[in-house]
Design a protein around this ligand. Structure first.
Ligand code: GDP
Ligand code: GDP
Length: 455
């Protein structure tokens, strides 16, 4: 590498940065207006419109990447909950439930000026029962005079209250240090293969696409008595199902079945559930109602799964209802609306008739195989060398940037680092990605490519 103009340390650093595994998840929960969104904004270090774009606007984005003291983690903002829909208690309980299911640690935010309310105490009980690590954030302590308010919160029994002003930044550093102490460095449900438990599937899609119908169909009589299954820890919200001769874990099926919450307007809650399921899964099976137009909501769910870096299968449901005309238009819609995930295996199913259920498992297996593929460095560079000489980057300003070499830094999903002699244009990056996919059968998986340019 050195003779190509890259420092060996640069190269190693780039590979390490690109190759990180799944990140631990931190959830920020608390009553409305205690300052959750303000705090999340501070953690992610940018003024993303977390606070501004309320109320009423559906916010699908709930997970952000943050970094503190050199450690990266995901932070989940539950501040966008539309409290009017369910009432405060239900919404706060839903957040806590989310945190219990999906997060590796929780920051529980209390308004120190107000003190602990009954709702706060109810959440404490939920959190304590779940046994996830909790850091207590006593917010709105804008100056030293507020610290006495914070100390009252010892009464909650969650340990030391950390006095913080999310608004001004006071105390947030110390609090984040405390968070890092309790946050595991890798998620609980690590993707390691050592355990050999069942693969985890998130069955997701907007309301009424047929998720619970499909789940019931595939579960059928094959439902396994879970306690008899060695080595599986099972959340009550997960469903162990035998399919195609293998055992699978459908995660967070409570979100599918428990539909009382899913009244209209509770989109944000649905997004949280979806994010929680995706976070816990290895592969997302996204159900789309083929009888209806592909919607923005469908696309957001796709984006969520892709951004989370999960393997992906698209199942077009309600195929039994399609006439020829609809089939024609559906294909056009898929091309225009979901062209960016043309790499995802596709099955056309009917949860009602059972059509093509047997194709689901092969599609899932294909996607997982792509997700886990590792290309040896030698093969990758042989391929890159040929590709670059057959299709060089266009000349720009009298110069021709070249891909010099590359390596795969990680899997699940595959992550590549390419080293180049100059700026590589987006079009050329896409071309490389397309050819990588073709050559190494990255079907059903997002792939990350980062390019390092020699100084
Ligand atoms: P959320 O509903 O829990 O997400 O709360 P927000 O982050 O939207 O904050 C609610 C209100 O409290 C906003 O007006 C914030 O500006 C204010 N706020 C948040 N943190 C602080 C703080 O540390 N000090 C003070 N004085 N106000 C804060
Ligand atoms: P969920 O909200 O995604 O869990 O959707 P449900 O499973 O509750 O299904 C919503 C509606 O679509 C119900 O009335 C189902 O009977 C119907 N449905 C689900 N799958 C199919 C299918 O494959 N074909 C037809 N015709 N209807 C379906």
């Amino acid at each position: 590498a050195a003779e190509e103009g890259f420092d060996i340390e640069d190269v190693e650093g780039a590979i390490e940065a690109a190759g990180h595994g799944p990140l631990p998840v931190l959830a920020v929960v608390g009553r409305p207006n205690v300052g959750k969104s303000t705090l999340v904004n501070r953690m992610i270090g940018r003024r993303e419109a977390v606070v501004e774009d309320r109320p009423g606007v559906t916010r699908d984005r709930v997970t952000y990447e943050a970094e503190w003291a050199g450690r990266r983690f995901k932070v989940v903002d539950t501040g966008g909950w539309e409290q009017d829909v369910l009432g405060i208690d239900a919404s706060v309980a839903a957040q806590a439930e989310y945190a219990i299911e999906a997060a590796d640690a929780v920051v529980f935010v209390v308004d120190a000026k107000v003190g602990a309310t009954d709702t706060d105490e109810a959440v404490v009980r939920l959190l304590r029962k779940a046994g996830k690590p909790v850091v207590l954030c006593a917010n709105k302590v804008d100056g030293p005079s507020g610290e006495a308010d914070a100390s009252y919160l010892w009464n909650l029994g969650l340990g030391e209250p950390h006095p913080v002003s999310a608004l001004h930044g006071r105390g947030t550093g110390d609090m984040l240090d405390a968070v890092l102490e309790v946050l595991p460095s890798a998620p609980e449900q690590s993707f390691g293969t050592a355990v050999g438990g069942p693969r985890r599937i998130a069955l997701i899609g907007r309301p009424n696409v047929g998720k619970s119908s499909l789940l019931n169909k595939v579960a059928g009589e094959e439902r396994v008595v879970v306690n008899e299954l060695a080595g599986t820890t099972r959340d009550p919200v997960d469903e162990i199902i035998e399919l195609g001769g293998k055992t699978w874990k459908f995660v967070d099926t409570a979100g599918i079945r428990k539909r009382v919450h899913l009244q209209q307007g509770a989109d944000y809650y649905a997004s949280l559930r979806t994010a929680a399921a995706v976070e816990k899964a290895e592969v997302a099976v996204i159900l789309i109602d083929a009888s209806e137009n592909i919607s923005v909501q469908d696309q957001r769910i796709v984006t969520m799964a892709v951004e989370a870096g999960r393997a992906l299968v698209i199942a077009y449901n309600k195929w039994d209802t399609l006439d020829e005309e609809r089939r024609y238009y559906l294909e056009r819609e898929i091309e225009t609306e979901l062209g960016q995930i043309a790499w995802a295996p596709r099955v056309n199913v009917s949860a009602r008739t059972g059509r093509h259920m047997e194709k689901l498992v092969p599609a899932i297996e294909t996607a997982l195989a792509g997700w886990e593929t590792r290309v040896p460095t030698g093969r990758l560079n042989a391929f890159l060398g040929e590709l670059v000489s057959a299709h060089p980057h266009p000349v720009r300003g009298g110069k021709q940037p070249r891909i010099l070499f590359g390596t795969q830094a990680g899997t699940k999903p595959p992550r590549f680092v390419l080293f180049a002699s100059g700026f590589i244009e987006a079009g050329y990056r896409r071309f490389i990605e397309r050819r990588l996919r073709e050559e190494f059968a990255f079907e059903g998986t997002p792939i990350h490519i980062s390019v390092r340019v020699r100084e």
